[in-house]
Design a protein around this ligand. Structure first.
Ligand SMILES: CSC[C@H]1O[C@@H](n2cnc3c(O)ncnc32)[C@H](O)[C@@H]1O
Ligand SMILES: [Zn+2]
Length: 443
C-alpha cells in the first residue's frame, strides 16, 4: 500500500552498486534511497520498492553506481594553460613558462573562468569533490559554492610575491579571511597550501603549522616531487625535505603530501608513524618525468594514499577515472607485481581514502547510511566494452569517462545522461576562447 511507504526525495536503482565500504563488495540490483541530501538506505531493489515512495526514481539498468570521485590535488584555473608548455621537466616548465604566464594573466576573472572550465570537466568525468591550490582561492571557493560542488580550497603560501599576495604575511592573512568567509559552508572547507619546501622557508611553514593546528585545518604541500628537489635540499640544508618538515613539526594526519616520488625506507616509516597522507598524481609525474610514487610499498606500510590529477597544464586533463587506470597500471609496474594496486584499491584511493585524508570519513567516500549522497553512475551498456564479468575491474580497465552518465552532490543532480545540468557550456566556451587567444598572442 502506497500509504505505508516512506516518502523520500530520490531513489536510485542500479544494476550494480559498489559501496566501497565494505571493501571489495559489488551488490547486484540494489537501490540507494536519498533524503535531505543524505543516503538513508542501501538495499536490494525489490525491498526498496516496498519501503519507499520517492519523489524521483532513477532506474539505471546497465549502470554501476559508485561514490563520487574525489580529486585530491589540482590547480583548477590552470585549465586555461592546458597545452601551453608540454614535454618539459618540472623546473623548466615552471620557471620559464608557467610562472611568467601566471604573472601576466592570473587575476579574479582568470580564476573564475578557469575554475569553472575545470569543474565542468571534473563533473563530466565523475568527480564530485576537488581539492584546489591556486591564487585567488576566494574566487575558486565562490565558484564551487555557487555551483554546489564540494571542494577543499588550499590557501597558497609562498616566500615571493604573486598577483594574489605580496609575501607570506599577506598570503596567510588573506587566507584566514577566506577561511572565515566559508566557515559555515556545506560545500567548502579551507586548508593551507604552502607551495613546496623549495618555495616556502621555515618561518612561514612554522606559522602555517601553528595556525592549522589552532583552527583544525589541513595542510597540503607539493613534496618530494623530483630527484632535483631532494639534491638541492641536501646541498642547502643537509636534510631531505620530508625530514625538514618533520623537524618543523608538520608531519601529522592533517598534512597532505602531494607527489612523493622520491622515498627511502626511513621516509616511508616517517609517513606511516605520523599518519601523514600521500596524494599520488601519476599522470603529472609521468608527463614531467618526475619519478614514480611507490604506492604499493606505502600501502603495505599503512600509509593512506589517495589520488589527484594535478593541474591541466601538466596532465593535461582532470579525468580522475583515467588517473585511476594509470595509477593501477603504473603501480603494478613499479611494484613488479601484477596483483599490486588493484582495481578495488584504486577505487578506494579515489573515494574513501580521500575522505580519510580530508578528515571526513564519516561523511564522504562510500555509499553508507548517513553519508552525503555524492554519487556517480557509469553506463556499461556500450556494445564495444562487453562483456562485463567484474564491474569494478571493468570500471578501471575498460571504461572511460565518456561513460560517466550521472552524478549527484548532496542528492542534487549535476549530470544526467552525460549532460551537465548546472553549467552553461556555450557561454563558458566563448570566454575560454577569448582567454586562449590572449594567451596564445603573448606566447
Ligand atoms: C601556490 S599556487 C600553485 C602553484 O603551483 C604551481 N604548480 C602547478 N603544478 C605544480 C607541480 O606539479 N609542482 C610544483 N608546482 C606546481 C602552479 O603553477 C602555481 O604557481
Ligand atoms: Zn600541483
Amino acid at each position: 500500500m502506497t500509504d505505508a511507504l516512506r516518502p523520500v526525495d530520490l531513489l536510485i536503482s542500479a544494476r550494480w552498486v559498489v559501496p566501497v565500504i565494505p571493501a571489495g563488495v559489488v551488490l547486484d540490483h540494489h537501490s540507494v534511497a536519498v533524503d535531505a541530501g543524505r543516503i538513508i538506505d542501501l538495499c536490494p531493489t525489490v525491498q526498496a520498492l516496498e519501503r519507499y515512495n520517492p519523489a524521483e526514481h532513477v532506474e539505471l539498468r546497465d549502470h554501476l553506481l559508485s561514490p563520487g570521485l574525489i580529486n585530491m590535488h589540482g590547480h583548477a584555473a590552470m585549465s586555461l594553460f592546458r597545452g601551453l608548455a608540454d614535454d618539459l621537466p618540472l623546473l623548466t616548465w615552471l620557471n620559464d613558462h608557467i610562472w611568467p604566464a601566471e604573472g601576466r594573466f592570473v587575476d579574479e576573472k582568470f580564476a573564475a573562468d578557469g575554475t569553472l572550465l575545470a569543474m565542468a570537466e571534473m563533473l563530466r568525468c565523475g568527480t564530485t569533490f576537488f581539492s584546489d591550490m591556486y591564487f585567488f582561492p576566494d574566487v575558486t571557493a565562490e565558484v564551487a559554492q555557487q555551483h554546489r560542488m564540494r571542494a577543499q580550497i588550499c590557501i597558497p603560501v609562498l616566500d615571493f610575491p604573486t598577483n594574489w599576495a605580496s609575501g607570506p604575511d599577506e598570503y596567510i592573512q588573506k587566507g584566514l579571511a577566506v577561511r572565515e568567509s566559508f566557515r559555515a559552508s556545506e560545500f567548502i572547507q579551507v586548508a593551507f597550501g604552502p607551495h613546496a619546501p623549495y618555495t616556502v622557508s621555515d618561518e612561514p611553514l612554522l606559522r602555517v603549522a601553528t595556525l592549522a593546528e589552532q583552527v583544525g585545518a589541513n595542510i597540503q604541500i607539493h613534496l618530494h616531487e623530483t630527484a632535483h628537489e631532494i639534491e638541492e635540499a641536501m646541498s642547502k640544508t643537509g636534510m631531505r625535505p620530508l625530514r625538514r618538515l618533520a623537524e618543523l613539526g608538520l608531519l601529522s594526519p592533517a598534512l597532505q603530501a602531494v607527489h612523493m616520488t622520491q622515498l627511502d625506507d626511513y621516509d616511508i616509516q616517517l609517513l606511516a608513524e605520523t599518519g601523514t597522507q600521500v596524494i599520488h598524481c601519476p599522470e603529472s609525474n609521468l608527463k614531467l618525468a618526475s619519478g614514480f610514487c611507490p604506492v604499493d610499498r606505502l600501502q603495505q606500510a599503512g600509509v593512506n594514499v589517495c589520488l589527484g590529477t594535478d593541474g591541466a597544464a601538466s596532465n593535461n586533463d582532470h579525468d580522475l577515472l583515467g588517473e585511476m587506470r594509470t595509477a593501477a597500471l603504473v603501480g603494478k609496474a613499479v611494484a613488479n607485481d601484477a596483483a599490486a594496486v588493484s582495481a578495488h584499491q584504486v577505487l578506494a584511493m579515489a573515494t574513501v581514502n580521500a575522505a580519510r585524508a580530508l578528515g571526513r570519513e564519516s561523511e564522504l567516500g562510500s555509499i553508507e547510511t548517513g553519508k552525503y549522497a555524492d554519487l556517480i553512475a557509469i553506463d556499461m551498456s556500450d556494445p564495444l566494452i562487453q562483456p562485463v564479468y567484474d564491474p569494478v575491474a571493468h570500471l578501471v580497465y575498460s571504461t572511460n569517462s565518456r561513460q560517466v552518465s550521472h552524478s549527484w552532490i548532496n542528492g542534487e543532480i549535476h549530470l544526467r545522461d552525460g549532460e551537465l545540468l548546472r553549467i552553461d557550456l556555450i557561454g563558458l566556451r566563448d570566454r575560454v576562447g577569448r582567454w586562449s587567444r590572449q594567451i596564445a598572442k603573448a606566447d
